[in-house]
Design a protein around this ligand. Structure first.
Ligand SMILES: [Zn+2]
Length: 349
């Protein structure tokens, strides 16, 4: 194919052809058992919109070196040239379609444990639920703590190393830049991967608070209003549709394969979701659930859920479940949690 000079703009057809070739190659890799996680095309100019996704891009854009070189990757990430991007602890593997397919490796230092301890200390009791954390529904103070340019969760440029096997590999090529933006786009969908990447467990930011709330609840002081709001939002975000009787539509086999593998790597939320949906499918009016530690333990076992999975379905932390189950008599969950427990109980009959 002849090459035309479009003043730096790639003509549409070659891009389409390149991407068609890339898709074929990705299919081939899938057949070989490689778990391919593409960054889908991004319409419009904004690459990431969520608290964590946008936060990632803005953070790195704020460093002069990156600000100069990252824009080279904008078109690539937006037009779907990032064929594969996988985030693991301390590393990102990606494949970008350019004039050929290029492999990009990015390694990022884990968050140093004194920094993580300090972050936890500063967040204790100030983040209501896992949902609020992942959605970025945080107070201004906590937003400042977690996105602090130096001591927050995002890495410093000096903690990031990258390589690409393209001919332009000296420094940050456009393929690497596209992958760095692609991480921001991925965090829009799966914010928990930021914590995976930095080698920390995001639930640790919640647990201390949930335990404190559980004690407050047991002593009759109740939970905060912020917690109540978050519980209401849970259904929208994780699809825990307790009142919606419609079952999820069947997914194409490829998607299932991708989801199941990605769920395995970082979070079990997606995998756990259908359990509740199925359980809630035929919800009708039933006798009230008696809120005791024993009843919670029995219900959880009946549903065959781990403490962590059961906790996620309720929008509370696993230690909260442990605390409840350890109580001999009545427990006092938040009203919205109690309502969910009741519905789950009815369905388990
Ligand atoms: Zn490159």
């Amino acid at each position: 194919m002849s090459r035309y000079d479009y003043g730096g703009w790639a003509p549409y057809l070659p891009v389409a052809e390149r991407q068609a070739k890339a898709r074929k190659m990705m299919d081939k890799l899938r057949k070989q058992g490689v778990e391919i996680q593409p960054v889908e095309k991004i319409p419009g100019r904004i690459i990431a919109r969520s608290f964590w996704g946008k936060g990632w891009c803005d953070h790195l854009d704020s460093f002069g070196d990156y600000a100069n070189r990252l824009p080279r990757g904008r078109t690539y990430v937006r037009n779907g040239s990032v064929c594969h991007l996988k985030i693991d602890k301390g590393k990102v593997d990606a494949i970008v379609s350019g004039s050929s397919l290029y492999a990009i490796d990015i390694t990022i230092d884990p968050l140093a444990s004194p920094n993580w301890s300090e972050l936890k200390k500063r967040c204790t009791g100030k983040i209501g639920t896992l949902l609020e954390l992942l959605q970025g529904q945080l107070s201004g103070e906590i937003m400042g703590v977690v996105t602090d340019r130096k001591n927050g969760l995002f890495p410093q440029p000096g903690q990031i190393r990258y390589k690409c096997n393209c001919p332009d590999s000296a420094g940050m090529c456009k393929h690497i830049a596209a992958v760095i933006y692609g991480i921001g786009a991925r965090l829009d969908e799966r914010p928990e991967l930021l914590f995976v990447l930095r080698g920390v467990d995001h639930e640790e930011l919640i647990d201390a608070d949930a335990a404190a709330a559980s004690i407050a609840s047991a002593t009759g002081r109740g939970s905060s209003r912020r917690r109540a709001i978050a519980d209401d939002n849970l259904e929208d975000v994780f699809g825990v549709e307790l009142e919606d009787a419609s079952p999820p539509p069947p997914s194409p086999p490829k998607k299932i394969a991708r989801k199941s593998v990605s769920a395995k790597t970082a979070t079990k939320k997606v995998a756990d979701k259908p359990t509740v949906k199925v359980a809630a499918k035929n919800a009708t009016k039933q006798p009230a659930f008696r809120a005791t530690g024993r009843a919670v333990a029995d219900l959880r076992k009946k549903l065959g859920l781990s403490k962590a999975a059961f906790a996620r379905n309720l929008g509370v932390s696993a230690p909260t479940i442990s605390n409840w189950e350890a109580v001999k008599g009545a427990i006092h969950p938040h009203p919205s949690s109690l309502e969910k427990l009741r519905r789950m109980h009815e369905e388990a009959q």
